[in-house]
Design a protein around this ligand. Structure first.
Ligand SMILES: NC(=O)c1ccc[n+]([C@@H]2O[C@H](COP(=O)([O-])OP(=O)(O)OC[C@H]3O[C@@H](n4cnc5c(N)ncnc54)[C@H](OP(=O)(O)O)[C@@H]3O)[C@@H](O)[C@H]2O)c1
Length: 336
């Protein structure tokens, strides 16, 4: 065993509605030695993502749900501390889905090497990781935009939305972002090059879309659901496409929302609606990663990270993510 202690955040109890700090518990344990074929890894960055709220819920899911006492699900950027595998040596930087914990022993076959030439290592769980892949495939493989299309993206300044809008611009779309503060709206227009943005908390989304998208919305990348999506559905163009990526406005709901809502609009416009998961495109992730890295190097794609210092702050930061407190990809910096 090493001299240090491992700390892990577990789900202490299943949240009803909005999670509170009481739903999380910090557990300490010894750090065992890796056995043959294993590596001991130390977390440097923990990625916090909206899907984790779904893992805390009981009922049907596309993934295994957490039981009280389980370590919170999550992916980390980590350093190999000790290796008992020829695949990795101490000092290698990798990513692994070990959950919210500082150390773990894992089979070397399950971890993924990070290529530091592609970008800063933190981006391996951000724009060059799961959120970036989600944006890339949700837009290009599901929505399939054509030059000149009007594209609307909700949660526009977030880890996924910001990438969607910028790749939309690269593909010749007119891009409209929907976000929850004036600062976020100004960022997506002035820094990321979106054509316009709507603050859904202070503006009437439907009325604004009538003004700025008079020919209707051809592509809607839906990260949020709820009233924002109702407003976009009222403004869809003929033969429009909707990609259901996330429904964050519903994640804290104690009861599942009744619906579907406003579906009659889809008959008039002959709209195609398709839900997708980033892992549907897993075999093509490496190609997309290389392409996104190239766009970043060319200055055509920008990204912002919201880095919170300290492993102990993970629950509070996660609760904030579900309320729009993050501005950019949310990460916990766990160690240097
Ligand atoms: N299908 C997939 O495979 C897949 C993969 C990754 C992510 N996702 C989904 O994609 C969405 C975005 O994820 P992300 O990682 O990029 O998160 P993010 O946008 O970085 O952070 C979440 C943002 O959602 C917005 N939000 C929160 N509550 C809202 C509400 N009630 N109504 C409208 N907006 C609300 C907030 O921004 P504002 O301040 O703008 O409200 C918040 O900052 C999530 O729904 C997530 O579950 C899906």
């Amino acid at each position: 065993m090493t001299n240090e202690t491992n700390r892990a955040w577990t789900m202490a109890s299943r949240p009803v509605g909005e999670p509170t700090p009481k739903n999380f518990a910090l557990k300490e344990s010894d750090i065992p030695e890796p056995k043959h074929g294993e590596v001991l890894i130390k977390t440097l960055y923990l990625s916090l993502d909206p899907y984790m709220r779904g893992r805390m819920r009981s009922g049907p899911s596309y993934a295994t749900v957490l039981e009280p006492g389980d370590v919170m699900t999550g992916e980390v950027v980590a350093r190999v501390q000790k290796s008992e595998s020829p695949l990795y040596k101490a000092g290698d930087i990798i990513r692994s889905s070990i959950g919210w914990q500082e150390y773990a022993i894992v089979s070397a076959h399950t971890v993924k090497r990070i290529d530091p030439d592609l970008g800063p290592i933190s981006t391996a769980v951000g724009i060059l990781g799961m959120p970036g892949m989600t944006a890339y495939f949700g837009l290009l493989a599901v929505l399939k935009p054509r030059a000149g299309d009007t594209l609307v993206v909700s949660a526009a300044s977030g880890a996924v939305g910001a990438v969607v809008g910028q790749i939309g611009k690269i593909n010749g779309c007119k891009v409209i972002g929907v976000a929850g503060t004036d600062e976020k709206c100004s960022y997506v227009v002035n820094e990321l090059g979106f054509d316009s943005a709507i603050n859904y908390k202070t503006e009437n989304v439907s009325q604004k879309l009538v003004q700025i998208a008079p020919n209707g919305v051809d592509c809607y990348f839906d990260n949020v659901g709820g009233p924002v999506s109702d407003a976009v559905f009222e403004n869809l163009a003929l033969k429009s496409r909707v990609a259901i990526c996330g429904q964050i406005s519903q994640y804290n709901a104690a009861e599942p929302p009744q619906g579907p809502r406003n579906m009659a609009a889809l008959i008039r416009t002959r709209t195609t609606v398709e839900g997708f998961l980033v892992y549907d495109f897993e075999l093509q992730h490496e190609v997309a990663r290389g392409r996104i890295a190239e766009w970043i190097k060319q200055g055509r794609l920008k990204y912002m990270e919201d880095v919170v210092d300290g492993f102990e702050n993970a629950p509070e930061a996660f609760i904030g993510l579900l309320n729009g407190k993050n501005f950019g990809k949310l990460l916990i910096k766990v160690a240097e």
